[in-house]
Design a binder for this molecule. Structure first.
Ligand code: SF4
Length: 388
């Protein structure tokens, strides 16, 4: 569906695949991801059947394209029954040309997968587990409306290891109501004691159309920008001191354990998005599927938006996404691939930002410093406005 007649330069580059499972046990009050709580078993099974159809159809357009990452995200993919998980994995492995060392990530919520379910996913080919742990403190998990406990996190990690998952990511949140710098550091210490290969530490964002968004930061007791910056710096200092590389604004990894799936996005590489609310970028076309579950179940098209990005948009995206990474961007490379020229005003602004300790430069390579990460939105906006 998303293939074009033009053969793009990247057509033989490995493709990522994202598969969205939009079901959760309950709806967290801060969440605006596409996830439906309390689905019936029949709905989930019908959804998986439709997903398998779309996997088979889409994969036909990409037979010659190797796939290097697959991400089962959500929602809570571990809510699938063993039978549904098995046939979904089988469809992925028999439809796409997966590279032998492909990274296959399963997203999971603590307490939603026991040893036998995790073993099934592992034996079916998943080799990385990403879990939304959020906090090690009961009051903070409660404030977030999460159903799990820290004991659930520890038990799920233990089961994941026993099932053969050695590449584990844990997600945490900063700015939770009632959270202090000490409680955050205690959470991260407990997390590091579990020896995950990767940690993500995100700032709580109040999304408009959510119960948290409606209550507002003041009523919830969420820190202001300075308070959030303090938490961010403390978390980054601690994780770096424990041997994790701060390779992206919110992400930390042991050597060679960066999230290859997310790198597809940050490095502007292509990926296919399958299922409702999934986004993708293939053959130069960015597209988004709608959240319409009933349309998807009926077999109707859920393609909501699709457009071919212009060279200028490609350059803008390369800057926006690339500067999230500690590796930064190579301006010569962006000019070579998009034809966009970086004007003297851009260089002048880089000079100033470098003097202010917000950015570093090595020849044509530019990257943000830790201080720069904290102001990334403003800095990236200013840099882009000097070009276009
Ligand atoms: S578990 Fe995750 S995806 Fe599900 S509602 Fe909560 S935050 Fe959203």
């Amino acid at each position: 569906m998303y293939a074009t007649d033009n053969t793009p330069k990247s057509s033989h580059e490995p493709l990522g695949v994202y598969i969205h499972i939009p079901f959760c046990k309950s709806k967290c009050p801060y969440c605006d991801f596409c996830s439906y709580p309390h689905p019936s078993a029949d709905t989930v099974t019908s959804y998986v059947s439709r997903l398998i159809e779309s996997i088979r159809t889409e994969a036909e357009s990409f037979v010659s394209r190797p796939v290097d990452t697959v991400y089962f995200g959500g929602g809570t993919p571990t809510l699938l029954s063993p039978a549904d998980a098995e046939r979904l994995l089988d469809a992925v492995f028999t439809s796409f040309s997966l590279l032998p060392d492909a990274e296959i990530t399963l997203e999971c919520n603590p307490g939603t997968a026991d040893l036998s379910l995790l073993s099934l996913w592992r034996q079916g080919g998943a080799n990385r587990l990403s879990m939304g742990a959020q906090s090690a403190h009961t009051n903070e998990l409660k404030a977030l409306g999460r159903l799990h406990s820290w004991e659930d996190v520890c038990r799920t990690v233990q089961h994941a290891r026993a099932a053969g998952f050695h590449n584990i990511n844990l997600d945490f949140m900063m700015g939770i109501p009632e959270q202090t710098k000490d409680s955050l550091l205690e959470t991260l210490q407990k997390a590091v004691d579990l020896s995950p290969a990767h940690l993500s530490s995100y700032c709580l964002i109040l999304e408009e159309d959510t119960p948290f968004g409606r209550r507002g930061a003041a009523a919830l007791g969420i820190p202001d920008d300075d308070g959030m910056a303090d938490l961010y710096e403390a978390a980054a200092d601690y994780l770096v001191s424990r041997g994790y590389e701060h390779y992206e604004i919110s992400n930390f990894s042991l050597p060679d354990k960066r999230s290859r799936h997310n790198l597809h996005t940050w490095q502007g590489r292509e990926y296919l998005g399958l299922g409702i609310a999934a986004h993708g970028y293939v053959n130069g076309v960015r597209y988004a599927n709608s959240r319409d579950l009933s349309a998807f179940l009926k077999g109707d098209s859920i393609l909501e938006d699709a457009y071919t990005i212009t060279p200028e948009e490609a350059a803008e995206e390369a800057i926006m996404l690339g500067l999230r990474l500690s590796d930064g961007i190579d301006t010569n490379e962006i000019s070579r691939t998009t034809g966009v020229v970086f004007p003297p005003a851009f260089t002048k602004l880089c000079d100033r930002l470098e003097k202010e300790g917000l950015l570093t430069r090595r020849d044509a390579r530019i990257s943000l410093t830790r201080k720069g990460f904290l102001l990334s939105n403003q800095i990236i906006g200013a840099l882009i406005s000097e070009i276009f």
